[in-house]
Write a protein that binds this ligand. Sequence first.
Ligand code: HEM
Ligand SMILES: CC(C)=CCC/C(C)=C/CC/C(C)=C/COP(=O)(O)OP(=O)(O)O
Length: 299
Amino acid sequence: MLSRSLTFPSLADFWQLGKPRVVALIVFCAAVGILLAAPPPADWPRLLLALCGIGLVAMGAAAANCLFERDRDAVMRRTAARPLVRGRLGQFEAAGYAAALTVGGLWLLLQFANPLATGLTLATFFGYAVVYTRWLKPATPQNIVIGGAAGAMPPVLGWAAVSGTIPAEAAVLFLIIYTWTPPHFWALALYRRDDYARAGLPMLPVTHGAAFTRLSILLYSLMLFAVTLLPFVIRLSGWLYLAAALWLNAGFALRAWRLYRADDAQGDALARGLFRFSIAYLTWLFAALLADRVVQWLW
Ligand code: HEM
Ligand SMILES: CC(C)=CCC/C(C)=C/CC/C(C)=C/COP(=O)(O)OP(=O)(O)O
């Protein structure tokens, strides 16, 4: 009886299963997609419910990822405390939770958005939880380059929820997150490469070494610099966004350059710094897209 109550899942365990901090940024990027697509006045309650739908499916996808990866998570220090690994949640509870979130989120999208947004969100779920997690991740060091397409979808989903279309502007936002994802992940994979090697996962630093990964990060950061200028080039955004993008990109490129030039001893600390910065970078870049648009509205 005592051990049953000790292993009874808490709300915090379910919450953690859905990777709330990652999903928070995903939801923010989707919200920016919605706000750029929907000049006021708009049907805000409907759009808020559609955004909740995207967030629920994202949490469902994260929970499914934890379920599929529980054996790998058990041998990696970073993930060894996850609820499924510790036995605080059972497989059936996790599967039921992932399914409920996903079905609930898709229902919200169907009710309050449209079939395109619903279908794309389902495809994104499948892309992350199955194609990336089950097929690509254990198979190739390019897992993140291909699987990153799922993570880059949130602004497209937001845009589609508003307009039922995917215009070039939405594709540009996709391209930004798509180009950002490999350096975001490789920075973490660099200082956690022992974890990935132990789990038998072919991440770039494990298969091609730290120096090649540092070079890849630098090249992607330069591509990211170019891609993030596109919103200004296609007149989706104005000078405020451009100034913020230049500033943030200078920070990213400088960190990537320092990491590239570092030796293995300094490399891990710089990689950790770049990983943390990558999250702030994407947050502020999307905040700048929004701020720029609000200024245009008020003008
Ligand atoms: C398939 C693409 C992606 C991969 C492989 C990836 C990989 C990772 C990994 C391994 C972590 C560490 C997680 C942890 O410590 O529990 C992480 C953290 C994070 N990622 Fe990503 N990521 C991807 C896409 C994204 C996207 C699209 C976003 C947001 C738009 C994002 C935002 C974050 C945030 C905010 C964190 C920090 C979480 C925390 O502090 O607990 N990631 N990512
Ligand atoms: C419907 C929708 C918008 C879905 C979004 C898809 C999604 C949740 C993307 C987030 C990517 C993510 C958490 C990667 C973590 O990498 P990992 O799984 O390799 O990391 P781990 O080792 O920490 O599990």
